[in-house]
Design a protein around this ligand. Structure first.
Ligand code: FE
Length: 194
């Protein structure tokens, strides 16, 4: 695959169709500037600032943009908040739509047909395979992303983090917890917290 990409880039450059510097800038953006740390900051702000959380619930696109996270595949965002009653899970059954501006590029499994089909057929089973065993009375809501609308799961704030700074809280927010295939990290044990 790497050789094929290099060959394609070489031909497109020779034909004058792309500028290698532009490609480098795009790669650098998604390697170093755009990634799940952005989403983690959004979640940590929502955990500590009820006003922001309310805004995020009503108009996620604007609330997220206020922190400087905008751009491709993040133009229309909706935040879905986990509660004691409901767990949210995000998928794109059609292809691989994903909120790049807050999570970066999607993991390989997110794009794979087994996840895309089974997340809607058997979400509870899929979550169990990710190590999340939800109580039977907990509702699972599955959100199917589209080219028009991308979802960000706001995981529940772990217990024992009262008084923590936003920065410290953001370290507990994993990529998977914002897709719904994980929980925020437990501050005490360094493992998952319900
Ligand atoms: Fe898609």
């Amino acid at each position: 695959m790497a050789a094929r990409v290099r060959a394609l880039e070489t031909i497109l450059t020779q034909k004058g169709l792309i500028d290698p510097a532009a490609i480098d800038a795009i790669v650098d953006t998604y390697e170093t500037k755009v990634g799940p740390r952005n989403g983690a900051k959004v979640v940590a702000r929502a955990w500590t600032d009820p006003g922001f959380a309310g805004w995020l619930a009503k108009d996620a696109t604007a609330a997220i943009a206020s922190l400087g996270f905008t751009g491709r595949q993040g133009e229309h965002m909706q935040a879905t908040f986990n509660t004691d009653e409901t767990h949210n899970l995000v998928v794109c059954t059609l292809c691989s739509c994903y909120p790049w501006s807050v999570l970066g590029l999607p993991p390989v499994w997110y794009k794979a047909p087994p996840y895309r089909s089974r997340a809607v057929i058997d979400p509870r089973g899929v979550l169990a395979e990710f190590g999340l065993n939800l109580p039977a009375n907990k509702k699972i809501r599955v959100w199917d992303s589209t080219a028009e609308l991308r979802y960000l799961v706001v995981p529940q704030r772990p217990a024992g983090t009262e008084g923590w700074s936003e920065e410290r809280l953001a370290d507990l927010v994993t990529r998977d917890s914002m897709i719904g295939t994980g929980f925020a990290l437990d501050p005490g044990r360094g493992s998952v917290a319900a």
